[in-house]
Design a protein around this ligand. Structure first.
Ligand code: CP3
Length: 373
């Protein structure tokens, strides 16, 4: 999820000197923002500081981040005519600062934690392009989809091409995993997802450099999870509107899952945060392949101390479960690890770190994160 941002005083301090887009375009400052949460918390990965909408500016739609309003697209695409205006770009040339930031951060991390790159999924980016900004009902988007499916699919195809190159550019620059954000896809019915989105998300995911893990994220996706799995990804994101145990079962435990804590819980007291986080860990049942995370980004009103308390609790609980498994503690005593023992009796990571030294830092810090189901 988003881990940098306005809840951190050190981020707000930088934002006093730079506009949001300016910050993204200044690789030195963007690297600093990427590292801010890493310095403050014991998180297990760094998330590149950039934005899913950066590729839209060179495509000529007029991207602005207005104070308090979020992103604004000045020239939305709602017809075939509009689509013709969209400029074809090569992200490597059009947004070189993103890759420069990735290179700088990767160097600065020195292998301590892996770097996650990201992009918007074609639907979520298209929704901004068509709506002209944030939306509640996505009426313009649906109007285009239903009224002129040919133009819709062409717009999505254009975004697929850009997104694949954008992600692979980040990987070439040092990203060790990538996350595809389909934040607003939960507005669609399963039939519409299948017809208008799935083939395009699948095209992005299959286009990602082989061997690099893909996290496929969405919110409000309770009804879409099996279809998202069909579209692809090694990890499927879960928001807090689903029961982790049920959702994972509906994915046949065939993929890893990430998330599940409502970011609003971080506004509660530390004991309440602890209770809610433990409930999620209990639902995951120690099964390998759960990446603890928030179901969406950190709210601006969040106290950094509460984030720190959550990170520490998850590490404490995960290392207890893993130590229990490694010491062969009987499963009856520790029901949390029963599945791990059955499914993976050696407790071995699927990709041993000797074979994949890039990942060894993450494995050391949080072995639970490393294991695939
Ligand atoms: O460290 C990190 O977490 C990485 C940074 C990151 C940002 N955007 C920086 C950002 C990531 C992963 C994103 C992804 C992103 N951007 C998504 C998908 C994830 C999600 O939250 O659903 C979306 C939908 C966007 C588009 C976007 N960018 C919106 C809707 C907004 C405004 C929201 C807000 O909080 O004001 C942005 C701006 C943005 N992107 C901010 C940050 C830190 C806040 C900008 C500010 O400083 O004013």
């Amino acid at each position: 999820m988003r881990q940098a941002g306005r809840y951190l005083p050190e981020y707000r301090a930088l934002r006093e000197r730079f506009g949001f887009l300016e910050l993204c375009k200044n690789s030195e400052a963007a690297s600093e923002v990427t590292l801010q949460p890493i310095r403050r918390f014991e998180v297990d990965a760094a998330i590149l500081f950039a934005d899913i909408l950066l590729v839209l500016e060179p495509m000529g739609v007029g991207l602005k981040f207005a104070k308090g309003d979020g992103p604004v697209i000045e020239r939305p695409v709602r017809s075939r005519e509009d689509l013709r205006r969209l400029i074809a770009i090569d992200p490597l040339e059009a947004v070189p600062f993103v890759f420069e930031t990735a290179r700088t951060v990767r160097r600065a991390l020195g292998g301590r934690v892996p770097l996650i790159g990201f992009a918007g999924a074609p639907f979520t980016v298209a929704s901004y392009v068509v709506e002209g900004g944030a939306s509640r009902d996505y009426l313009h988007t649906k109007q285009l989809m239903y009224g002129d499916p040919e133009t819709w699919h062409e717009l999505m195809q254009r975004l697929v091409d850009v997104t694949v190159r954008y992600l692979n550019g980040q990987i070439a620059a040092g990203a060790q995993a990538v996350q595809l954000f389909d934040s607003w896809v939960g507005t669609l019915s399963p039939d519409d997802y299948r017809a208008f989105v799935l083939p395009h998300s699948r095209a992005v995911i299959t286009g990602v450099t082989p061997g690099v893990p893909v996290i496929h994220f969405g919110t409000g996706t309770a009804a879409l999870l099996p279809l998202m799995r069909e579209a692809g990804g090694d990890v499927i994101g879960l928001d807090w509107r689903v029961d982790l145990r049920e959702a994972w079962a509906r994915l046949d435990h065939a993929v890893a899952v990430q998330g599940n804590l409502d970011p609003a819980v971080l506004l509660a007291s530390p004991p309440e945060i602890r209770r809610r986080a433990e409930a999620i860990l209990a639902r995951a049942g120690g099964r390998p392949g759960h990446i603890f995370n928030l179901g969406h980004g950190v709210h601006q009103q969040t106290s950094p101390d509460h984030v720190a308390a959550l990170v520490d609790l998850v590490h404490e609980r995960s290392s207890l479960a893993v130590r229990g498994a490694a010491e062969g503690e009987p499963s009856e005593k520790n029901p949390n690890i029963a599945h791990r023992e059955k499914r993976n009796p050696e407790g071995a990571a699927c990709e041993p770190s000797e074979k994949n030294p890039e990942n060894s830092a993450l494995e050391k810090r949080n072995p639970v994160v490393r294991r695939r189901p």
